[in-house]
Design a protein around this ligand. Sequence first.
Ligand code: GLY
Ligand code: MN
Ligand code: MN
Length: 473
Amino acid sequence: MKPTDEVLAERRARVAKRWELTDEVVVLRAGEPASWSGTDQHFAFLPHPDIAYLTAVGSPGTTLAFDAAAGEWELFGPRFTSERLVWEQPPTPVGQPLDELGAWLEQRGERTVIELGAGAAMPQALPSSAAPDKADTPDADTADAAAETAPGDNADEHADASTEATVLRLSAAIALERMTKDDAELDDIRQAAAASTAGFEWVYQHAAPGMTEREIQVGMEAQFYAAGAPRVAYDSIVASGPHGAYLHYVYAGDDPLRPATRTVEAGDLLLIDAGAQFGGYASDVTRTMVVGADPTDEQEFLWKLVLSAQQQTIDMCRPGIVWKEVHLAAARILGAGLVELGVLQGDPAELVSAGAVALFFPHGLGHLLGLSVHDITSIPYSREPSDDPVLSKLGPDRVLGPGMVTTVEPGIYFIDALLCDPARREKFAESVVWERVDELRGFGGIRIEDDVLVTDGDPEVLTAAIDKPIRIG
Ligand code: GLY
Ligand code: MN
Ligand code: MN
């Protein structure tokens, strides 16, 4: 649902309050399409999520400006020349013509202009002290903290550091608002989920041995579009058999010019991680099933294990819990299952902290979802980067709160790149039963993923309508 003008005004007012600016001018840009090098073509365009959130529009060039002294927002949108209108339909006209932005800025004289969105110069090394969670704590002055941790002694470096710190602080303020979804946003996520449901239903009814991964992908995505989704939220992953062990296996990932595709065989695991997008909002769903045969004992054991880990950790998605704890709970459940299967040996909690479970569950349990499938990732996490095998891929260890939407996506994979590495084999000689692992090479992977809304009560699974069959075809 497109947010009303009133809702947009509320979003902007909340952001302006967090910014606490007095005199500056902020310019938030949607960006421009990325060009396909060597041609006059461009890739499909999506606006920077911060401007999509604050305006609900976003043709290339769209710019939202804020005059802090006046407390006023001004929207500028592109208008096409008649020459351009011969080739392209006009973008929906919004706000003032973009051509007038320059004059608007000149009227504001010498005041500091801060570029955000696609125009922002985000620092490469982000101080964890400026993380949005911390920006939300009353005793943290994030601008000062970010400036303090920025390097440099001479005046120029100080200027750069202070600009970066300001960009970071203001971007983090928008992120904090985007982290909690309002009703209009939830409505779009629900519509994205509904379109995804149509696609998965098609898979359940049509996918069968003898079809290629590509045929299944195309058939599924056709249903996303038929259900009203303008596009997919990310490249669909349709991975059969051993391909399920590549976490982000996508069509044409091997060769953009002449992509290969695999024909699904009876008894294969088929891992599909796909989601429709609606109103700019993503859905992100994974189902794994055996095609055209009853599951083997190992397929069934691991499928039920992953499902159990997912169910238990979805139930933990409640206000106040730190995401890292939810992730570690999933890892312990999966670790205990791998011990039962004879792949690991030892105490599950110790196997998690040693990194042995991460050989088979090498990604974070989930991520926030919204205007980007991996939402709010351009701002720092609330901890320093880590080499820890368990935590390095975790993503943000934020405290969950009502209105946040997170994916919950445990998985077990048999990944050659990890499991055939001699250094890892030596390091985990005691805790991994390598003969058992060798029996399971080529197994692929099992992931089950849903989109979960944290509420004041029980978590709400926004993708609950998408069935979880263990066998199709
Ligand atoms: N679809 C990518 C992910 O699950 O994070
Ligand atoms: Mn996914
Ligand atoms: Mn995901």
